[in-house]
Design a protein around this ligand. Structure first.
Ligand code: PEP
Ligand code: MN
Length: 338
């Protein structure tokens, strides 16, 4: 069970509730968020059921949750969560489109990509300043210089910035520039990093791990929420299977599953999910048809020259076609690109 305390609950209220739990032989886990305290209760189900928790002082509600993730679950919150990123909404009826190069390479490259994706209707500019590359000899990103270029692109276009943070020590610096902190697939179970971004006031884009089950992915989101940051956007980006033709196997079934298991928005990355630019438009259409709350797409002004992931990057022209197509499909699922 999860006990959600009222925003105005006092420390004394929390102490009374936890004392009652201990007296009943139960264990608890306290999550002291900015806005409110949440108490996760662990122990014998019968003892939990007998407690009149809802009349304890300062309690807003209690929720019986059978899954190990609780704050993430639909049982905790029935309505779709809508995340407000500095005035731009994602989730519910709002389809969020993030697009831009895999990596920030130069001011010209970034501004060209940014103006193209903005013209086509994207609301977010993606671009890695710190790149988690398989080989240590591959381009690792422009680092802080890349963050500055992203901030300049935001200044010029008004697009919100999504960029990856690779480790806990970089959360502060990335937060100074980013509107959304991206946790990459390789870091989905970096629990220290999850807890650190859980303490941040920036929304988090949590990519599914390379070989993570849906439950592991939702538990990773729970780590972030349990630290008080409720602004989590999930991202299906393909998983490792026996198939080698595609870079990963894009699991669109996970979108439907997550929409029923959780209230959090879930977006799809068909670029990393397939690895082939020709597959990106069809899978973006399928993702939106499956009920995804948005897309993250790699777009490069000149994919042949890209320092990273050129094979899966769309030209601005192809991205514009994608936007027209997904806009039409979104209407069927009751969503619109704001
Ligand atoms: C990315 O989006 O830049 C990226 C590295 O993706 P992933 O973590 O999904 O591989
Ligand atoms: Mn990439």
């Amino acid at each position: 069970m999860v006990i959600v305390m009222q925003a105005q609950a006092t420390q004394n209220d929390v102490d009374i509730v936890t004392k009652k739990l201990v007296e009943a032989g139960l264990q608890y886990y306290l999550s002291q968020g900015e806005a409110r305290t949440i108490i996760g209760v662990i122990g014998d189900e019968k003892s939990i059921a007998q407690l009149p928790v809802d009349v304890f002082p300062g309690v807003e509600k209690s929720i019986a949750v059978t899954e190990s993730y609780k704050l993430v679950s639909r049982e905790f919150r029935h309505e779709d969560t809508v995340i407000d990123v500095q005035g731009t909404k994602i989730g519910g009826r709002h389809l969020g489109i993030m697009a831009g190069p895999c990596a920030v390479e130069s001011l010209d490259q970034l501004l060209e990509a940014a103006s193209a994706v903005k013209r086509a209707g994207a609301q977010f500019l993606r671009g890695g300043a710190y790149k988690p590359r398989t080989s240590p000899y591959s381009f690792q990103g422009l680092e802080e210089k890349g963050l500055e270029l992203l901030a300049e692109a935001r200044e010029r276009t008004g697009l919100k910035i999504v960029t990856e943070v690779l480790d806990s020590s970089a959360v502060d610096i990335v937060s100074q520039y980013a509107d959304v902190l991206q946790i990459g697939t390789r870091n989905m179970q970096n629990f220290t990093l999850l807890k650190t971004v859980g303490k941040s006031d920036k929304p988090v884009l949590l990519k599914r791990g390379l070989a993570a089950t849906i439950s592991e992915w939702l538990n990773a989101a729970e780590y972030i929420m349990s630290e008080g940051n409720y602004n989590v956007i999930l991202c299906e980006r393909g998983i490792r299977t026996f198939e080698t033709y595609t870079r990963n196997t894009l699991d669109l079934g996970a979108v439907a599953a997550v929409k029923s298991l959780s209230h959090l928005p879930v977006i799809v990355d068909p670029s990393h999910g397939t690895g082939h630019w020709k597959m990106v438009r069809p899978m973006a259409r399928a993702a939106v048809a499956a009920g995804a709350d948005g897309l993250i797409i790699e777009v490069h002004p000149n994919p042949a020259e890209a320092l990273c992931d050129g094979n899966q990057s769309l030209t601005p022209e192809n991205f514009s076609l994608l936007m027209d197509e997904v806009g039409a499909i979104a209407a069927i699922t009751g969503k619109a690109i704001p």
